[in-house]
Design a protein around this ligand. Structure first.
Ligand SMILES: *[C@@H]1O[C@H](CO)[C@@H](O)[C@H](O)[C@H]1NC(C)=O
Ligand SMILES: *[C@@H]1O[C@H](CO)[C@@H](O)[C@H](O)[C@H]1NC(C)=O
Ligand SMILES: *[C@@H]1O[C@H](CO)[C@@H](O)[C@H](O)[C@H]1NC(C)=O
Ligand SMILES: *[C@@H]1O[C@H](CO)[C@@H](O)[C@H](O)[C@H]1NC(C)=O
Ligand SMILES: *[C@@H]1O[C@H](CO)[C@@H](O)[C@H](O)[C@H]1NC(C)=O
Ligand SMILES: *[C@@H]1O[C@H](CO)[C@@H](O)[C@H](O)[C@H]1NC(C)=O
Ligand SMILES: *[C@@H]1O[C@H](CO)[C@@H](O)[C@H](O)[C@H]1NC(C)=O
Ligand SMILES: *[C@@H]1O[C@H](CO)[C@@H](O)[C@H](O)[C@H]1NC(C)=O
Ligand SMILES: *[C@@H]1O[C@H](CO)[C@@H](O)[C@H](O)[C@H]1NC(C)=O
Ligand SMILES: *[C@@H]1O[C@H](CO)[C@@H](O)[C@H](O)[C@H]1NC(C)=O
Ligand SMILES: *[C@@H]1O[C@H](CO)[C@@H](O)[C@H](O)[C@H]1NC(C)=O
Ligand SMILES: *[C@@H]1O[C@H](CO)[C@@H](O)[C@H](O)[C@H]1NC(C)=O
Length: 482
């Protein structure tokens, strides 16, 4: 792959003999280190003026093999320096379209390292990047500005195994190779309260644009698995994300956080917390940071969460969340299917959220909106910062084996406004009462749905003509026992 060079960047003769040419060029330098240091100068003197520098569909004009930089891949040798050297070499090629780092089959043990712009990390089949478990090897970083604190401890937090800040055009892909955080030791230490800092994610990309993660497996993250933070144009496609469904605390699959233009599609996610959780900062820190998550498309997924939910929004949503579409998603064997969670003090909003064609297969609760998720960074949160929840629609909701298909728990301070249900038929397990639970919710049902809606909602016929308008929007029928 990646044979194409930037158009106009390279004479046709060299282009057609590129492989031979690069081999000769490398051997001429003899030493990887010398080569690495001189690559930019050499590149420019040989190739002349840089071309447009655009790479096509993840392919790059330069390809490297981690073994060229001293990587061993035996699962025991520390390959951190090899990754750092390889990425340093690629960092000098940005103007020429960047480089691809190939990771061949093997187990590549590494401490955290940083990516660079215009790079592709390519994991061959049976290539596995393994995170070093010794937390002393994980650098500490300042808390995220929109959180104020580490999510678990005050002060600094551990960075991620694979990290990036202020990048553009980064691709992590392959033939289903994997990145394995070896989170087991972190989960145990977390439960035993032996950690002094918030655990690090597996992959975290901050303040970056044009990020693609595809065709790989991510597993056993110490904490959240993929955390794009304040990024624009992020695509996750055809990725498998795995962690044990129990005993792997906070191993969310994907957490788009203050991100814009995100697509997550064709993925399988089964983890120890939310499969997906869309966020945008925490209480007063998130309100001040003020960056929403918006324009997010989630489709064609199979997800599972025995501890939390398939697709969540919140609970940290203080920068606002809007224009999210969740469609063609199957949630199976899960505690909850889809959930919006927030609390007084968050401020912000969750609006223009469209759920379409969801299948719930064996879940305790189907649709959940919760407004008292009272976890706060500190007690200085604004007691009058009430989040706004509105314009949320559910169309084509099907399933079986669900105990409570709907639980929308608005409150006087955080009512849920303009919720729409249409074409819903969710098979319940056994109880018949309290299966469509509501409190402080205003909205409508179009046509017939099963189970029958709570009395809080207006009823419209299929042609959207009002049949019965509710006068009971604030009536509370919430029962956490069923
Ligand atoms: C990388 O180098 C190793 C060892 O030389 C070799 O076995 C492997 O085929 C190379 N892989 C790629 C993708 O070039
Ligand atoms: C990665 O970059 C960030 C930001 O510059 C820095 O804080 C961190 O220490 C770097 N991590 C490593 C492993 O070099
Ligand atoms: C998904 O990725 C796998 C490798 O992980 C690949 O074999 C398959 O072709 C990809 N599917 C699509 C639709 O891209
Ligand atoms: C990729 O690997 C994961 C983990 O081994 C596996 O569950 C998944 O089915 C594989 N995907 C493809 C497309 O082969
Ligand atoms: C946490 O801090 C305590 C007290 O300073 C120290 O003994 C311990 O080694 C630290 N643990 C970790 C995992 O850094
Ligand atoms: C988003 O990122 C992809 C992958 O880098 C790129 O091909 C595409 O042009 C970007 N879209 C926009 C609107 O910038
Ligand atoms: C995933 O792999 C398939 C099959 O090899 C390939 O066609 C596709 O382009 C890859 N997708 C991405 C986004 O890299
Ligand atoms: C909403 O998000 C979609 C992507 O899911 C985007 O195409 C659309 O333009 C966005 N709508 C608005 C009003 O920004
Ligand atoms: C939903 O899934 C069906 C069947 O796999 C597919 O035909 C359709 O294009 C998908 N819809 C979207 C929006 O991806
Ligand atoms: C609904 O989504 C499921 C996958 O969850 C898909 O198989 C089905 O074809 C989709 N239906 C439509 C009408 O898109
Ligand atoms: C209610 O929400 C729907 C989308 O679900 C939107 O089309 C409609 O404009 C909203 N109504 C009001 C009054 O905001
Ligand atoms: C329902 O509660 C909202 C505030 O949450 C309030 O504005 C409204 O007047 C109440 N309606 C009734 C009928 O009590």
């Amino acid at each position: 792959m990646a044979e194409s060079l930037p158009v106009g960047g390279f004479p046709a003769f060299l282009s057609s003999h590129k492989t031979l040419f690069i081999v000769l060029w490398i051997s001429a330098f003899g030493s990887v280190f010398l080569w690495q240091r001189d690559i930019v100068g050499a590149g420019f003197s040989v190739f002349g003026k840089a071309g447009p520098g655009r790479s096509m569909s993840g392919s790059r004009p330069f390809e490297f093999n981690i073994t060229d930089f001293g990587g061993v891949g035996d699962g025991v040798t520390d390959d951190t320096a090899a990754f750092e050297r390889a990425i340093s070499a690629i960092s000098k090629l940005g103007k020429r379209g960047g480089g691809q780092l190939n990771v061949p089959p093997g187990k590549w043990l590494t401490a955290p390292f940083n990516l660079t712009s215009h790079m592709t990390l390519f994991l061959a089949e049976d290539a596995e990047i393994l995170g070093i478990q010794d937390e002393k090897r994980w650098p500490l970083m300042p808390p995220l500005p929109s959180y104020g604190y580490g999510r678990e401890h005050r002060g600094p937090r551990y960075g991620s195994l694979i990290h990036g800040q202020n990048l553009e055009d980064v691709v992590i892909t392959g033939h289903n190779g994997s990145i394995n955080g070896q989170g087991q030791s972190w989960w145990i230490k977390y439960r035993q309260k032996l950690l002094n800092h918030t655990r690090g994610p597996l992959v975290q990309i901050m303040w970056s644009n044009d990020i693609v993660i595809s065709n790989i497996t991510l597993r056993d993250s110490p904490f959240w698995t993929f955390h794009p933070y304040d990024c624009k144009n992020v695509t996750v496609r055809n990725v498998t994300i795995l962690a044990p469904v129990f005993g792997a605390p906070n191993t969310d699959g994907i957490d788009p956080d203050s991100c814009e233009d995100v697509v997550i599609e064709d993925c399988y996610i089964s983890v120890g917390d939310d499969a997906i959780a869309i966020k945008s900062g925490w209480d007063q820190y998130g309100i001040v940071y003020g960056r929403p998550s918006r324009n997010i498309l989630i489709r064609n997924l199979i997800v599972r969460s025995m501890v939390s939910a398939g697709v969540s929004i919140g609970s940290e949503m203080s920068g606002g969340v809007s224009n999210v579409t969740v469609e063609n998603v199957t949630v199976w064997s899960s505690r909850r299917a889809v959930r919006i969670k927030t609390a007084v003090g968050r401020g912000g909003y969750v609006r223009h959220i469209t759920y379409r064609n969801l299948t719930f297969d064996d879940a305790q609760v189907g649709i959940v909106i919760k407004t008292d998720y009272n976890e706060h960074p500190d007690m200085d949160f604004d007691k009058n910062a009430f989040p706004i929840l509105e314009n949320i629609s559910f169309t084509g909701i099907h399933g079986q084996g669900v105990r409570v298909p709907v639980r929308i728990h608005g409150s006087e301070e955080i009512p849920v406004r303009n919720v729409t249900f249409r074409d819903m038929n969710v098979g319940i397990t056994y109880k018949k009462k309290h299966i469509f639970q509501c409190a402080f919710v205003q909205g409508r049902v179009i046509g017939t749905i099963f189970p029958a809606p709570c009395e809080n909602l207006d009823i419209y016929d299929e042609e959207e003509r009002p049949v019965k308008l509710s006068t009971a929007q604030n009536v509370t029928d919430i029962d956490y026992r069923v």
